[in-house]
Design a binder for this molecule. Structure first.
Ligand code: BG6
Length: 503
């Protein structure tokens, strides 16, 4: 059980007037408070450039909680209790002298609480500001106490291998690795954490979890939405940097890693880095045959006309940025030799869904006559991360009737019908872990670098050779045709789950 109650804690959120703080961080902290996870003594200090009073800041945050909290609109009495802990301090993050308001607050709390508070520095700012804030935190002696000060960094962590290395180096000048919490919000999702429970708490899976029984694996993280108001950021990112380098490679690691000896952060990170090191390197030949990029054209989604990527706000009309990526990975180790891992992700696609499909091998021999097995398919295990939260094992059964006819049936574990209790948001889990000092669900510096190293050759080719056929998929489709060809060439097809009756 996580122990937190007696640990006086101060959250300092840099970039507190931004979207993340309003939409995700404070609603998560508020829910932790409602569920009695917050320490008895805590404070949240928002820091931003805009001048505003703490009262104005609280009102803005209340609006965010009312709109985005999983527990719905805030009750007046609970919000007023919680919001007493919130303060705003205007500071120019570039200028270390302006941090004095934060320092004074921290010192006051230390005296008032009569103990040294834990300081969680949360960098909810543009990546360009990470270095200067880290430096100024250190200059203001806000990270001196190694066990009491932590820094939480949002993605993107670098925009290529060199910048990620430089950022790690810089952070390591001021912070020890055990103080650095690199967030990947996918790791905080309940269904993603459950991959670990499912794999390592059930003895029946391990004997099947290898090249002898698994034919291929698919990870599909697709989204309906376009880039919306984030065109400026997305132009310098693209699907590879935005989704594959972090969320998708982390999912792949959880599926492919060896069983850890225990659930400690160091052990878990060690097993994940083993996978990252075992990925087959992307040579020019492999990039030609195993990687597909796409960009959405304008079109229609649910009866509404939607702009193409090149027409979005903040996007160049000649943009070469990919909004879709599909890749085939191989993992060169004993467990996975020869098993393809197909991955696809993109915006403005037909469905918003994240699912992992494990397809098992063919039967060694059919004992049924051909007419009985017309709709036969290999066994599949489908881990649905969102929006449906479920795990399905697809097996063959006998259809009722006088003939022997087989069809596919699902054995389903569904969160909704199994648990009446609520599901915490990813940020609740991750913020609580940052408070308790548990780095298991965060990314270690070398993992981030290994992930960049793997994808860097592809990113280089895509940057140096602009696509000649962008835009190459229409809104509400499943992406470019080449992505279908990528998997069809091996005799498989992309798998999706029907959603609200829509396939
Ligand atoms: C973010 C990406 O990290 O993850 C977004 O920057 C993406 O582009 C989002 O939409 C997807 O997260 P989720 O939790 O909605 O699947």
């Amino acid at each position: 059980m996580k122990q937190i109650k007696s640990q006086p804690t101060i959250f300092i959120i840099y970039g507190a007037t931004g979207d993340l703080c309003w939409r995700k961080l404070v609603p998560a902290l508020y829910n932790l408070f409602l569920d009695q996870w917050m320490p008895e003594k805590f404070s949240i200090i928002g820091s931003g450039r805009t001048a505003m009073t703490s009262e104005e800041f609280r009102l803005k945050l209340l609006d965010g909680v009312n709109q985005f909290s999983r527990s719905g609109k805030a009750a007046e009495d609970r919000w007023s209790e919680f919001s007493q802990h919130i303060f705003y301090e205007a500071a120019d993050v570039n200028n270390y002298e302006t941090y004095s308001g934060i320092c004074n607050k921290v010192n006051n709390y230390e005296q008032q609480w009569d103990s040294k508070p834990y300081l969680i520095h949360y960098l909810a700012v543009a990546p360009a500001l990470f270095p200067i804030i880290a430096e100024n935190i250190a200059k203001n002696k806000l990270a001196e106490h190694r066990e009491h000060a932590r820094i939480v960094i949002e993605k993107p962590f670098g925009r290529d291998l060199d910048s990620a290395k430089a950022l790690n180096k810089l952070l390591n000048e001021y912070f020890k690795e055990e103080q650095i919490y690199r967030i990947d919000h996918y790791l905080g999702k309940e269904t993603v954490q459950n991959i670990l429970a499912f794999r390592f708490a059930n003895s029946i899976l391990e004997p099947l979890w290898n090249r002898n029984y698994i034919q291929h694996v698919q990870i599909s993280v697709t989204e309906n939405l376009g880039v919306e108001s984030r065109g400026g950021y997305y132009e310098s990112a693209g699907a590879m940097r935005d989704m594959v380098q972090n969320h998708i490679l982390q999912l792949l690691c959880l599926i492919a890693m060896e069983p850890p000896n225990n659930f400690n952060a160091a052990e878990m990170h060690g097993r994940k880095i083993d996978v990252l090191h075992a990925f087959r390197k992307f040579t020019p030949e492999l990039i030609r045959t195993s990687v597909v990029r796409g960009q959405y054209a304008k079109g229609w989604m649910e009866g509404k006309e939607v702009p193409g990527y090149r027409e979005e706000q903040g996007v160049s009309p000649q943009s070469n940025t990919e909004t879709f990526a599909a890749l085939k990975f191989f993992i060169d180790n004993w467990r996975w030799q020869g098993v393809p891992f197909y991955v696809r992700t993109g915006k403005r696609l037909h469905q918003s869904a994240s699912i992992i499909t494990i397809q098992f091998r063919d039967l060694p021999h059919f004992v049924f006559p051909p007419e009985a097995v017309e709709s036969w398919q290999q066994n599949r295990l489908i881990i649905s991360i969102q929006p449906e939260m479920s795990i399905r094992l697809q097996v063959q059964g006998k259809r009722p009737g006088l003939d022997m006819v087989l069809n596919t049936v699902d054995m389903v574990f569904d969160y909704k019908s199994t648990y009446a209790s609520y599901t915490p948001e990813a940020y609740e889990t991750l913020l609580l872990d940052a408070m308790t000092g548990d780095q298991t669900l965060f990314m270690r510096g070398d993992q981030v670098e290994a992930a960049w190293e793997l994808l860097q050759p592809i990113i280089n080719v895509w940057t140096n050779k602009p696509s000649l056929n962008f835009p190459n998929y229409s809104a509400d489709s499943w992406g470019p045709e080449l992505a279908e060809a990528l998997i069809a060439g091996d005799g498989f097809h992309w798998f999706s789950l029907p959603l609200n009756g829509k396939k």
